[in-house]
Design a binder for this molecule. Sequence first.
Ligand SMILES: Nc1ncnc2c1ncn2[C@@H]1O[C@H](COP(=O)(O)OP(=O)(O)OP(=O)(O)O)[C@@H](O)[C@H]1O
Length: 292
Amino acid sequence: MHDQAAILRNKMKDFSNPPESINTKVIAVASGKGGVGKSSFTINFALALQEKNKKVLIIDLDIGMANVDIMLGLSATYSIVDMLEGSMPIHSIISSGPAGISFISGGSGLNELFQMDELKKNFFLQQLAMLSGYEYILFDLGAGVTKDSLQFLMSAHEVFIITTPDPTSVTDAYGLIKYLHHEDKDIPLFLVVNRVRTKKEGQATANSVSRVCEQFLNKNINYLISIPEDDAVWKGVRSQSPFVLISPRAASSVAIFEAVNRFLYGNGNEIKETSLTGFVTKLKSFFYTKGR
Ligand SMILES: Nc1ncnc2c1ncn2[C@@H]1O[C@H](COP(=O)(O)OP(=O)(O)OP(=O)(O)O)[C@@H](O)[C@H]1O
């Protein structure tokens, strides 16, 4: 009988050999509070990385608020939900966005993704392992932490936390950092302060987050960049065209390019070895032992 389980089992045989691996770094982009510019940062940072000739993939896992495809002016044909329902290979659900950026949509009904049975979990993990041709995979996760997003946050090689200088946003960012630190004291965290009026405001915000993290958690936070409040961002969202592409000289774009330079060449970050297998193995351990 060819039920879905049988189809999945057969597909898994087809995909048992992941493609040749390059060094893949998985970045989870998160925020404590919603609406702080997480998706817009993810997209533009990914595009700026791609401009440095890096192979980059964006995966939208912002359940309920998935809007990366809208911001990219795309209507993705297939999503992760389709991949799981239709036992499709992960490469067939990758869309090509502006400047050829690769993108995977979570799809509506994504919350069911996390209620997967064992066979689907294995299929999902196996398909993720097929993405080893990408040098950077950016997961856009929802604001705050859920039991589900936590698994991705804790498995990623690095976590970017986006905040604005707004005290409520800073408080929520600290809450998120505290939560993550409690789970894993060694998790590398990068802070992005978005919508600043001046660089000084960005630095002051980063200083206050760093200070409380050092004082109460004994945790070092890497301040990546501040991004100014800029009409170019708004225009990019309105025209569904990322601002680094349509306004590359705007102050917000300059900040994103600077963030990529710091990320790639600052603090010895470029020499750390990372692998997709490491990410998938960690995620698997969350799915099966530490998860539900
Ligand atoms: N630097 C900026 N300057 C001006 N406007 C900005 C800036 N960053 C973000 N915005 C605006 O903020 C709005 C929210 O941005 P975005 O959707 O990226 O936030 P988010 O944190 O991903 O939201 P969600 O919590 O819904 O996932 C967008 O309309 C965007 O135009």
